[in-house]
Design a protein around this ligand. Structure first.
Ligand code: NAD
Length: 359
């Protein structure tokens, strides 16, 4: 198979974890006889240096020519956010891509490897068999896109935020979540607040209608407050979670805390045509950039998600995920996941271990 991948490494640790991820992709391409062409393009502060903007049209053109986008991270140190190079860097980069490609679905896999259970803030017995949850968050509707207003009424300041959903927005992400649930354990939990909100009542109606097309998937509904609680007290019950924009934003960050390091979690943005952008959940980590100590797992898992969702290469993705697990089981730890007394390996040292397993 031949695929073209837009590689947007960005800033901070982005280029170093991306370089290591491409080594893993090269290894899988060689083993399974695929041909991946990487088209590198600038994004974030790295683009600003050349183009005086964070997401230049040249970068969009390269993304348009590609089968998927592999994104690193963007942004500068928190203390330098006022500088033109960094001001608005993350929003300008991500939002332009999101708007241009009409990404309406965000998927965040939350994985806790049994060998890293000690890192989680949860007690060991809750996660002893590992956690593997996929959270589907709608990106284009809800409170974020309605009118936001502050006014004075009868001498008091009053604020309103409008939440809007239309049924096509809900159906689009519901189909994606059901299809994913079909390929996993056949269980889907849909999140809403249908006891109060009109948007949630519509959400539930449409999810039920879409669900009729997927008779092999067991659909349950859960109120958002209960879902937050259940993610902490019994996370192993979940497989695929489907949530509206606002609830999905909060729940996916809550779930991202469960594995214990930002360096472990990837994130996907997809549009209705299935075109995707794959990136780590964390930022550019300027505090450790250039030191060869960043954890490359989130970036590598972003690439495995790309293999699965954009290229349908499941065996290849399985091979990489298995190699990561083996490298961890053999004691490979970057600094962020090493416990005291454990000797940490470098970013590229950890990838050497993954490649050893793959060979
Ligand atoms: P951050 O995620 O970059 O870092 C938070 C902490 O997590 C730091 O201590 C960092 O060292 C650690 N960390 C993150 N990824 C790691 C990895 N792979 N391995 C080991 N440790 C890791 O968040 P921040 O410090 O709040 O933000 C830094 C910059 O990143 C800001 O400019 C922010 O705007 C940007 N940012 C970008 C994105 C994105 O590109 N999508 C997302 C979030 C933040």
């Amino acid at each position: 198979m031949h695929k073209t991948i837009a590689v947007l490494s960005g800033d901070g640790i982005g280029p170093e974890v991306m370089e290591q991820t491409l080594r893993v992709l090269d290894a899988v391409a060689k083993k399974y006889q695929h041909n991946f062409t990487y088209l590198e393009a600038k994004i974030g502060g790295a683009a600003y240096d050349t183009y005086s903007e964070h997401c230049p049209d040249e970068t969009l053109e390269i993304c348009k020519k590609s089968d998927a986008i592999l994104f690193g991270s963007v942004g500068g140190p928190i203390t330098e956010q006022h500088q033109p190079k960094w001001a608005g860097c993350e929003a300008n980069s991500i939002l332009k891509l999101r708007k241009h490609f009409q990404f309406n679905i965000n998927v965040r896999p939350v994985l806790i490897y049994p060998s890293l259970a000690a890192l989680s803030p949860l007690r060991a017995e809750k996660i002893s068999h590992g956690i593997d949850i996929l959270i589907f968050r709608e990106l284009n509707g809800d409170l974020y896109f309605g009118r936001h207003e502050q006014r004075v009424e009868k001498g008091q300041r009053v604020a309103t935020d409008e939440a809007i959903y239309d049924e096509s927005q809900i159906a689009s992400i519901a189909h994606a979540a059901f299809q994913s649930a079909e390929q996993r354990k056949g269980k889907l939990v849909s999140v809403d607040k249908a006891n109060v909100l009109a948007t949630s009542k519509l959400w539930r109606e449409v999810v039920n209608e879409v669900g009729k097309k997927y008779p092999d998937v067991e659909l349950t509904h859960i109120l958002v407050d209960n879902c937050a609680m259940q993610l902490i007290i019994h996370p192993a019950q979940f497989d695929v979670i489907l949530a509206p924009n606002m609830f999905g934003d909060i729940l996916s960050d809550l779930a991202a805390a469960l594995p214990g390091s930002l360096g472990l979690i990837p994130s996907i943005s997809l549009n209705a045509q299935g075109f995707g952008l794959y990136e780590p959940s964390g930022g550019s980590a300027p505090d450790i950039a250039g030191m060869n100590i960043a954890n490359p797992i989130a970036q590598i898992l972003s690439a495995t998600m790309m293999l699965r969702h954009s290229f349908n290469l499941h065996n290849e993705a399985d091979a990489i995920e298995h190699a990561i697990q083996q490298a961890l089981a053999a004691g490979g730890r970057t600094k962020d996941i090493a416990s005291s007394g454990e000797v940490a390996v470098s970013t590229c040292g950890f990838v050497d271990k993954i490649l050893d397993v793959m060979r």
